[in-house]
Design a protein around this ligand. Structure first.
Ligand code: GDP
Ligand code: IMO
Ligand code: MG
Length: 429
């Protein structure tokens, strides 16, 4: 099976975009299968920096790209991103980009609701990206969604709009907001339909054709396992399954089509938004990690919280996410530290845990147990082979592999595309 699924093994922003772009050279197709424009994937190619939210990262190399049905699609965000990338010389056309015609849409009313709820939640707020992701997935599961294929049938939308508005009007009234402006919504949809429809296809057919033709499919996950709606730090999660299993349902290829699961993990840990974070460092070391790693959100610009590598969490992600191998990124950010720490377990009261407990209160209470290793003073930045890494950095990577019980397949040593060490080729497995 030559297909590869790339997923985040922490709380997102692990460097998925960089790794997908690197692997895309050898892929025949790149497929997004969940999430939406809450994602922010950064690609650095020489002088050029590309920031992608909705478009699969393969688009930058011109690899045929697919937005699968598991994604929630804001058609206005799609248009804006395509136009922004065109200014950078990257052109997404119906030949290079296909959007599943059964993709549910994110509408302005979803964005409204996301913001209204967050503002009303006080200390309980999730810290979402306010892009309408959660409300759009709710409407999908509630069978109220407007989908891409509906854009070709706007004259028949009446009964669907009745159901959608009955739900939203009640919610909006609770927040003191006026009912949905149906005329305006329809007019906006009519306007955007002409842009989106040329990209719309039953993409499951392309995927199945690619599979039978022996083509290599690269799945690009968004967010990370710890933000997974089932397996993450609920309720401080996103509203989709971010594990590799979602690639099957979110694309229309089936579980046997997924292949090698490459989990992306930073050599330390970051999180943006609210929620528990056992190894978070609110001291100078945390600040140093943030500064060296330029830890600011790609989408919202928010400062990311930083801490040591948590092997308990990544081991759990590898298990529940079905991860075959890890790409360890940003090892260069740890250059110059006298010592580096790895969380190897938790204390919860008198108990020692080798897993992350399920309840949010316990998750917030656990105290990490650290193992301290000697750091390295040499630079790993830009290293492209194992031999270029200092002995202590190799020791650190090997210890991580041992603790997470999963081999390291790739190591990333800078934002730049080619600064990547291949240890085990995911496509060759
Ligand atoms: P994604 O959401 O998982 O695609 O990750 P983001 O793009 O949101 O955040 C990762 C950031 O780290 C981006 O700015 C990347 O350019 C950068 N990056 C990726 N790999 C490396 C690396 O190995 N070293 C350093 N220093 N930066 C990296
Ligand atoms: P990429 O693909 C990091 C976080 C938000 C918030 C929570 C829910 O770039 O790794 P949502 O808007 O999805 O309802 O927000 O999830 N979040 C991310 N954090 N990287 C992301 O994507 C994220 N997408 C959502 O900050 O805590
Ligand atoms: Mg990101």
């Amino acid at each position: 099976m030559a297909n590869v699924a790339v997923i985040g093994a922490q709380w997102g922003d692990e460097g998925k975009g960089k790794i997908v772009d690197w692997l895309a050279e050898r892929a025949d197709m790149v497929v997004r299968f969940q999430g939406g424009h809450n994602a922010g994937h950064t690609l650095v190619v020489g002088e050029n920096v590309y920031k992608l939210s909705l478009l699969p990262s393969g688009i930058v190399r011109g690899t045929p790209s697919v937005i699968g049905n598991g994604v929630v699609l804001d058609p206005w965000a799609l248009k804006a991103e395509i136009e922004r990338l065109a200014e950078q010389g990257v052109h997404a056309s119906p030949e290079t980009l296909r959007v599943a015609d059964n993709c549910p849409l994110i509408l302005p009313i979803h964005r409204d609701l996301d913001g209204l709820r967050e503002d009303a939640s006080g200390a309980g707020k999730i810290g979402t990206t306010r892009r309408g992701i959660g409300p759009a997935y709710e409407d999908k599961v509630g069978r109220r969604a407007i989908r891409v294929c509906d854009l070709a049938h706007l004259d028949d939308l009446g009964p669907q709009l009745d159901r959608l508005c009955a739900h939203h009007d009640a919610l909006r009234a609770g927040f003191g907001e006026p009912p949905v402006d149906r005329e305006r919504l329809l007019a906006d949809l009519r306007e955007i339909a002409a842009f989106v429809l040329p990209f719309a296809k039953p993409v499951w057919r392309d995927l199945n054709e690619a599979r039978t033709g022996g083509k290599r499919i690269l799945f690009e996950g968004a967010q990370g396992v710890l933000l997974d709606i089932d397996h993450g730090t609920y309720p401080f999660v996103t509203s989709s399954n971010t594990i590799a299993g979602a690639a099957a349902g979110g694309s229309g290829l089936g579980p046997s089509g997924v292949g090698f699961v490459l989990g992306i993990a930073k050599a330390y840990t970051t999180r943006v938004g609210s929620g528990p974070f056992p190894t978070e460092l609110e001291d100078e070391t945390g600040q140093r990690l943030g500064e060296r790693g330029h830890e600011f959100g790609t989408v919202t610009g928010r400062k990311r919280r930083c801490g040591w590598f948590d092997s308990v969490l990544v081991r759990q992600s590898a298990a529940v996410g079905g991860i075959t191998g890890i790409a360890l990124t940003k090892i260069d950010v740890l250059d110059g530290f006298d010592e580096v720490k790895i969380c190897v377990g938790y204390k919860l009261g008198d108990e020692t845990l080798d897993y992350y407990p399920t309840h949010a209160a316990d998750q917030a209470k656990v105290v990490p147990v650290y193992e301290t290793m000697e750091g390295w003073q040499e630079s790993t930045a830009g290293a492209r082979s194992w031999a270029d890494l200092p002995a202590q950095a190799i020791k650190y990577i090997r210890r991580i592999e041992e603790l997470i019980r999963c081999p390291v397949a790739l190591v990333s040593t800078s934002p730049e595309r080619e600064d990547t060490i291949l240890v085990r080729d995911p496509f060759a497995d």
